[in-house]
Design a protein around this ligand. Sequence first.
Ligand code: ZN
Ligand code: ZN
Length: 232
Amino acid sequence: MKIVELILKHGADPNSSDCQFKPIAAAANNGHSDVVECLLKFKANIDEISPGRGTALIAATMGGKEEVVALLLANGCNVETKDPMFRTAADHAATNGFTNIVDMIAAEVERRKNRDDKLKTLSMEKRTVDPFTIKRSLMASMATNPSHSDMTNQNIDDKLESKLAPLRQSPYSIINECSKCKKYECPDNGNLKLSKCSACLSVFYCCKEHQAEDWFIHKKRCKMLKKMAANV
Ligand SMILES: [Zn+2]
Ligand SMILES: [Zn+2]
């Protein structure tokens, strides 16, 4: 183990190999999780395909090496890659009767799917909402839909407000309105020119005065939004 680290430290290429097995696949197949870990530390390609053999995950699976399989999964290896016989690691685990590995791979696939779904929801929700556009579409639907013919401007403003109120609470929405006075429209019925808070880039103000007045309320949220933006 010390020797592997020593050799890598002295500039050996962790991906190089003329053999049938790349170093990481060879270590994986033999269950040397410490060597796999060391190779990963030295930036070996976790998804490197060994000629005629497939990936380290397939190699570990064929050897029934659960500890290495867990290590590779935790390090984000590709689980879909097929060997030259078009078989994935999960296929090998199933045919070899390694039910633990079948379960481990299935659990990881599920975990990644949930994570991707969550990320997708987050990025979908973090969107710029334009009250002016919403208002215009409300007015258009009033004009075309006879059942809305009794709708007044007050109704439209109420409807718009009921759409915006929950979005203002959501950290994933950016609303094109002054965070202080909620103004979004110009008297000439156009979009109001707003400036963004330069710290969080997630709220707008119609003027410097409103930004200053709102700071006491906004500062907590501003810090939180900044932190979230850094994590995404
Ligand atoms: Zn304002
Ligand atoms: Zn801010």
